[in-house]
Design a protein around this ligand. Sequence first.
Ligand SMILES: Cc1cc2nc3c(=O)[nH]c(=O)nc-3n(C[C@H](O)[C@H](O)[C@H](O)COP(=O)(O)OP(=O)(O)OC[C@H]3O[C@@H](n4cnc5c(N)ncnc54)[C@H](O)[C@@H]3O)c2cc1C
Length: 412
Amino acid sequence: MSSQKRTKIAIIGAGPAGTTLSMGLSKEKIDHVLIDRSTFPRDKICGDALSGKVVYALNRVKPDVVNQIASNTKDYLPSWGISFIAPNRKRLDIPFTTDKNHVKQAPGFIATREDFDHLMVQNTPSEFCEQRFGTKVNQTEIKIDGVHITLDDGSVIDADAVVDCSGTRSDLAKDYGIELEHNHYCAGLRRYYEGVEGLSEEGYIELHFINDVLPGYFWIFPMTNNRVNVGLGMLSASVSKNKINLKKELDRIVSEHPEISKRFKNAKPLETVKGWGLPLGSKKRKLSFNRLLFCGDAASIIDPFTGEGIGNAMISAKYAADVLSKAVKENDFSEALLKEYDEQVYHHLWPELNMSHQLQKMVKYPWLFNFVANKGLKSNEFKTLLTSMFENVDLRKKFKDPRFYLRLLFNK
Ligand SMILES: Cc1cc2nc3c(=O)[nH]c(=O)nc-3n(C[C@H](O)[C@H](O)[C@H](O)COP(=O)(O)OP(=O)(O)OC[C@H]3O[C@@H](n4cnc5c(N)ncnc54)[C@H](O)[C@@H]3O)c2cc1C
């Protein structure tokens, strides 16, 4: 195919970031083209946990998608909380909501990315959105008067601005200084199983911090149809430094760990082990340039402690839609105007990302982690803090106050 298309905004990538942005732009009646190298449905290696932030972002761009998720009990397992299992095997159960009796649906869900990303894509068609799927962006040229994009099917798109939502291995992000650095990047593995025992009745996701694989964690996320998403993630710097073979460690935990292996005695793997990277938001980056924004994994904003990236990707896309709406109205796509995007993203996400970075560092010291887990078991304030992180409560003021940390450590 060889064609030329003129549009306002080009979006590269139709994962959670790209599709959320597309819904946001359609809501603002802004012409755009949504491009993805894949056709949907397609798999994406992930833990598949959709946090309250996913619901939060969808409620701002297209609330009906939340109803579609909540009513689809075949593919989406409601999740009411998270269990942290410390190296000393103490278990800290943190509900996602402080008031379970007064919410109409679960705060989080677990579903395969094949299903979730497909649902997101199915919700993008509108008179303002043109989809180009199954074709890859080969080249993006950013000029003074516009953006020129060449696809590998030979077609060309001219836009006022481009948003890179192409995920972890974005060449454009690398060109603009958003490098994948070993200290801010995590390696992750996933394997689906069926028949794992001892799962929470309320769809709690489990993060196990195990001595042999610190700093990193092993996860068990329950799903519908008796399936489970099992995985292992660890900071790349630690994987290289300690020469860790993550796949071997995953197999070893499942077959030899004194407690965990018992839960897998009747389990059956449904696939081979698969791996992908997680660009962490443990460092601030510049995300806006003339006629260009980065969203989601291309912006490196995954939570460094929990590995949550879908909600952050969608929240960044929501702010991108807001700022682009202003840019379109003022016909100004300069860095000076677009930099408001960085301010919005970091104003809302940095307090949490920073706090998670501190927690991630703590994982290097099992005794400290055990100490905090023991404290957390006794301290309601600590539990409430973690719950409110998941509930999206504005925590900025608390995080800035050093007395808050002192209270956490020394209160009963
Ligand atoms: C092992 C693992 C476990 C994880 N677990 C969780 C979890 O449980 N919960 C959670 O919230 N997050 C999790 N994450 C993080 C989460 O997967 C990402 O943060 C999320 O997918 C980011 O969404 P995105 O839209 O930015 O990018 P992606 O989902 O990667 O989407 C990018 C899209 O861009 C397309 N694309 C790429 N290059 C091009 C190109 N040149 N031209 C056209 N299209 C292109 C791709 O085909 C893809 O569809 C996990 C990640 C890993 C690796």
